[in-house]
Design a protein around this ligand. Structure first.
Ligand SMILES: *Cc1c(COP(=O)(O)O)cnc(C)c1O
Length: 467
């Protein structure tokens, strides 16, 4: 494709995306196709001869679009909604256009140095501790996902802990990526410990953590990492980071804070309380701009209070990567801060987002999401046929229909049937969680296109579906 051909098709693609975003509401939110439908509609063999680009665009409309779940639909309330935005999409496109592979400083100095600047900017916007900044002992790095970030944190923690039987501490509410990180890192299945939670708040119990750490030490284990979560995936529960951090300090254990979804809310000064304890105790902290900060997947930022154990754990310098800049020790090579060697120029989209919205615009986005979630919770609370959790500090509201005449098991089945009915309607998309043995609906507000009317439409659909 020549630059002139690229210009022509590139304009078609931008128009396609703009038309899509303008009309996304006309699609059913969740794709209605069944397993294998899309695959059957595609040719079994690759083309022998090149085709005009228009054919690809036409098949995108004809074949693929029916199999797309519209994450940018304003009534997408499942999981945590996507946070794609114009500047992020354009920043990603520029990154593709440059085609840079930023594994080393030397393979594109601007890719590394812009990343250092934007992660330091974001640390400042979230009021994270100074020691997380690159000009101190720590530093931040953009990863593909919080899963990778937490695995990398575990590897750094293990490096710092030294040899032995390593143990990892989570709660029943911790994201499954931590258990997977333990498995990938080769910890024994019994060495991933689930600390009990408070049954009401679902927050990790620091006293139980302390008891487990003592017992494990006495048994000869090397307690390696404790993961505290700010905003759990199921219900946005918040672990008591300061008290957990105190316990970690007493036991010399690495404290990793997983704030994948909720951490970015700290752009708002009135929400900085969520990070209580982080400045004093956290060894590492992850939050995902791709979850709630107007940045399309993938963009997860991991900060460390001390980058040395991470680099010691992951650095390897084969001859073919040797270069004067690396040898000088004056530059950052982010390949030492992540699992793969190669890396995309993700800083470009985060830079585009931070510049387009400014701190003001980012705060407005978070505040809008929270206000809509509050409003939705009020609507649910006013209907006696439902009960709603009063814990909704962010964009997520958990609620369920009351089925006074049904057993818990039957009520759970009825709630699941309700979710499927709603999602099949294409009017909205919700997911569920199980809290204390009860199935609840999760309505997560936060997509950039979601407005007040969409939340009200969702509530009308839900009400109509239970009556
Ligand atoms: C979504 C989520 C993750 C996983 O995020 P990925 O970036 O998809 O790996 C981890 N922890 C929490 C608390 C989450 O909500």
């Amino acid at each position: 494709m020549s630059p002139e051909e690229f210009r022509k098709h590139g304009k078609q693609v931008i128009d396609w995306i703009a038309d899509y975003l303008a009309s996304v509401e006309s699609h059913p939110v969740r794709s209605p196709v069944g397993p294998g439908d899309i695959r059957r509609a595609l040719p079994s063999h690759p083309p022998e001869h090149g085709e005009p680009f228009e054919h690809t665009l036409a098949d995108l409309d004809r074949v693929l679009l029916p199999g797309i779940t519209h994450w940018q639909h304003p009534r997408f309330f499942a999981y945590f909604p996507a946070n794609a935005s114009g500047p992020a999409i354009l920043g990603d496109l520029l990154s593709s256009g440059l085609g840079v592979q930023g594994m080393l400083w030397a393979t594109s100095p601007a890719a590394t140095e812009l990343e250092t600047v934007v992660v330091d900017w974001l640390a400042e916007l979230l009021d994270l501790p100074r020691r997380f900044r690159t000009d101190e002992a720590g530093g931040g790095v953009i990863q593909d996902s919080a899963s990778s970030a937490s695995l990398v944190a575990l590897l750094a923690a293990r490096q710092r802990a030294g040899a032995g039987r390593h143990t990892l501490y989570v709660s029943s509410q911790t994201h499954s990526s931590l258990e997977r990180a333990g498995r990938i890192a080769g910890l024994g299945a019994g060495d991933v410990r689930a600390v009990e939670v408070d049954p009401d708040t679902l927050a990790m119990d620091p006293d139980r953590l302390a008891a487990l750490l003592e017992r494990d030490r006495a048994d000869g284990a090397v307690p390696t990492l404790v993961c505290a979560t700010i905003g759990t995936t199921a219900t946005t529960a918040i672990d008591p980071v300061a008290r957990i951090g105190e316990v970690c300090r007493q036991h010399g254990v690495w404290l990793h804070v997983d704030a994948a979804y909720a951490g970015v809310a700290a752009v708002c000064p009135e929400l900085r309380w969520i990070n209580d304890g982080v400045a004093a105790y956290a060894d590492s902290y992850v939050t995902n701009p791709h979850k709630w900060l107007l940045t399309n997947f993938d963009c997860s930022v991991l900060w460390l209070a001390d980058r040395a154990p991470l680099i010691d754990a992951l650095s390897a310098l084969p001859e073919y990567l040797r270069n004067p800049a690396t040898s000088s020790g004056e530059v950052i090579d982010y390949r030492d801060w992540q699992l793969p060697l190669g890396r995309r120029f993700r800083a470009l989209k985060l830079w585009a987002v931070l510049r387009w919205y400014g701190a003001e615009g980012l705060r407005a986005h978070i505040r809008d999401g929270i206000a809509l979630a509050d409003e939705f919770a009020d609507l649910v609370a006013a209907d006696p046929r439902f009960e709603v959790s009063d814990h909704h500090p962010f964009g997520l509201v958990c609620f369920r229909p009351r089925y006074p005449e049904l057993s818990t098991e039957d009520a759970n089945a009825a709630t699941m049937a309700l979710v499927e009915r709603l999602n099949d309607s294409g009017e909205l998309y919700l997911t569920h969680a199980v809290v204390g043995g009860r199935t609840v609906l999760r309505l997560a507000v936060g997509g950039p296109a979601t407005q007040r009317r969409h939340v009200h439409q969702a509530w009308e659909a839900i009400r109509a579906a239970v009556s």
